[in-house]
Design a protein around this ligand. Structure first.
Ligand code: ZLM
Ligand code: CA
Ligand code: ZN
Length: 396
């Protein structure tokens, strides 16, 4: 369909589970798993399934999850239900859960966790067995989950689990995170090792913006004999960064990390809350700039395994457009700009901001409120210099 041929060079696998998409965090909670259905519908409408291997994944098992998470926490997660009246408020707090909070206990929560984590683990395994050069799981990327507690909409850290899988066959993994939030859970999990380098781009404002970590000096243990020193890298940003600034910064910093660290595998978290018009984020990025990051990493991934995963993203139609576009970049297809006529949920994509149904809205011409750009050249240059300085300690 749509004349898309299997491109030479890259084998791409797409991991999903329809059941994961049907869960609800609760009324008016910003995290909407149905954005994954919207994404998949768009991918299928363009015929991209003919250019990839599609895998419907099984839920992760308790033992698989226990590779990172504590058994106590997993037992609790697997047993707790929304209607359990005997639940002690204290336990909620210990494990980071709670009504009205970021991580509510909702119907099917445990199944949802096992499904999105299973998909990331499967994707990593597909790379390990050389079945794919690039593996995609848009349902994963939940970078805030900690070993013993849930945080920021994230219950299980599928990224850590996937990286652990990759580390069974490769010496070094680079983790790159373009979600607007700091990838704190992944950074923390690999804080003391030089086998995983973490690089997160995010809005940084400890007073007002979650999670408050990820300053430029947060580079690993300060104890310099610890192997993890200098292997956690952060690019703290403000509101309103634009396409050109972000692309330039991303290419410089990510390019330098790939060159110096020389990883055999790269995991790219593509949180779409860094797009303009997001409900939680305040950057001004267009889909093209967001996709540029995927394309850049893909081009530098030659002979390296690449795992592409989702993350945040709170304006569902834009999340779906971005992730469909990025799927097409992975397979090397060029999509026409006009949405397919027969896409299910077509209404969901129709809005003034994209001229009534185009894939690549140019958010600089549109009705969405733009955020004041709080970056100057000097600040952006200092961020690049900071990364260069840290990388002087890294040689492979
Ligand atoms: N309150 N409902 C990004 C994770 C961001 C912490 C402020 C909870 C919200 C937000 C939840 C319906 C990723 C914080 C928030 C209310 C303490 C955050 C439920 C609105 C609602 O209407 C809401 C009752 C909720 C949560 C907004 N929470 C916005 N920002 C952040 C977490 C996850 O994108 O990085 C990866 C997937 N939390 O700011 C509070 C401080 C809890
Ligand atoms: Ca980030
Ligand atoms: Zn986020």
């Amino acid at each position: 369909a749509n004349g898309i041929e299997r491109p030479k060079g890259y084998n791409v696998s797409f991991h999903f589970n329809s059941k994961a998409e049907q869960h609800h965090f609760g009324q008016s909670h910003p995290m909407k798993p149905w954005r994954l259905t919207l994404t998949k519908q768009l991918v299928l409408s363009y015929g991209l399934q003919f250019a990839m291997d599609i895998f419907e994944t099984l839920p992760a098992t308790m033992d698989q999850l226990a590779a990172f998470h504590s058994r106590d926490y997993l037992e609790y997660l697997s047993r707790i239900t929304p209607d359990q009246s005997e639940v002690i408020a204290n336990n909620f707090k210990i494990f980071g859960l709670g009504p009205e909070g970021d991580c509510p206990v909702f119907d099917g929560m445990w199944d949802y966790c096992r499904l999105y984590s299973g998909a990331s683990i499967d994707a990593a395994r597909n790379l390990i067995s050389n079945q794919a050069d690039i593996a995609i799981n848009w349902s994963g990327g939940l970078h805030h989950a900690m070993k013993k507690w849930a945080s920021g909409f994230c219950y299980i850290n599928d990224i850590v689990l996937a990286i652990q899988q990759l580390l069974t066959v490769v010496p070094r993994v680079l983790y790159v995170d373009i979600d607007i939030h700091h990838g704190d859970g992944v950074q923390h999990a690999f804080w003391s090792t030089d086998r995983v380098m973490t690089l997160s781009y995010h809005k940084f404002d400890p007073e007002t913006f979650f999670p408050g970590t990820g300053g430029k000096d947060e580079t690993g243990p300060k104890n310099l004999v610890n192997p993890g020193a200098h292997y956690s890298l952060n690019v703290p940003l403000h509101d309103g960064i634009d396409d050109a600034q972000y692309e330039d910064l991303f290419d410089h910093c990510t390019g330098a990390c790939i060159e110096k660290f020389n990883p055999q595998a790269i995991v790219l978290q593509c949180g779409a809350d860094s797009l303009g018009g997001d409900r939680l984020g305040k950057f001004n990025l267009n889909i093209k700039a967001h996709g540029h990051c995927v394309d850049f990493v893909k081009r530098r991934s030659h002979n390296r395994r690449l795992l592409v995963i989702g993350g945040g993203g709170y304006t569902p139609r834009n999340v779906a457009r971005a992730w469909c576009h990025e799927t097409s970049l992975c397979v090397g297809a060029t999509l026409r700009n006009q949405l397919p006529a027969h896409i299910p949920y077509r209404q969901a994509f129709m809005s003034a901001e994209n001229g009534g149904g185009e894939l690549y809205p140019n958010l600089s011409h549109i009705t969405t409120r733009r955020h004041e750009n709080k970056h100057d050249k000097g600040y952006l240059e200092s961020l690049k210099k900071n990364i260069d300085e840290q990388l002087k300690y890294v040689e492979n």
